[in-house]
Design a protein around this ligand. Structure first.
Ligand code: NI
Length: 170
């Protein structure tokens, strides 16, 4: 089911989301399926539960190869619950970001180039991995949503923040 997306300024987008304590419930599976429908309908590459008004630490993402640039690999649809990030290096990349909760705008945002993540899947099984480049960027963007942070708060150079006709959204 496609859910309404909250937009910047809604207080729920600026709150700390709660950890999921009980896994493999109908509610959690439904939330994940609805997040996928909502993200795909909106043409995004990632979504966090607070964006649909659910203040739980659940993020989801996935995109086809070349969605952003020609040599970018595809990332399969992934749901991460209670994700935790660990830096592998302090190297930063600046690249363009948009957000389904900040429609019509985009900005260059610095993000860490590589990180490792640990989380749980919908069944409560642990998931671990390493992400780099655009994949790492999407994960950092979505985890920020769980802490009530939207990407404009991460902008270093406001001359690289503006309106677009076809935003690349996450
Ligand atoms: Ni976003």
């Amino acid at each position: 089911m496609i859910l309404p997306l909250l937009h910047m300024g809604d207080p729920r987008l600026h709150m700390q989301a709660d950890k999921v304590c009980v896994f493999n419930t109908n509610e959690l599976h439904t939330l994940a399926a609805d997040m996928r429908d909502t993200m795909e309908e909106a043409g995004g590459v990632g979504l966090a539960a607070p964006q649909v008004g659910v203040l739980l630490r659940v993020i989801a993402f996935g995109f086809e190869a070349g969605a952003r640039d020609p040599d970018m690999p595809s990332i399969p649809w992934t749901v991460l619950i209670n994700p935790q990030l660990e830096l592998i290096s302090h190297e930063l990349d600046e690249d363009w970001e948009g957000c389904l909760s900040v429609p019509g705008l985009r900005a260059q945002v610095p993000r860490y180039r590589r990180l490792s993540y640990s989380a749980f899947d919908l069944y409560g099984e642990p998931i671990n991995g390493i992400a780099e480049g655009f994949h790492a960027r999407v994960i950092q963007h979505e985890v920020d949503h769980l802490d009530g942070i939207l990407y404009p708060a991460r902008i270093a150079d406001f001359s690289k923040f503006g309106f677009v006709n076809t935003p690349e959204q996450m």
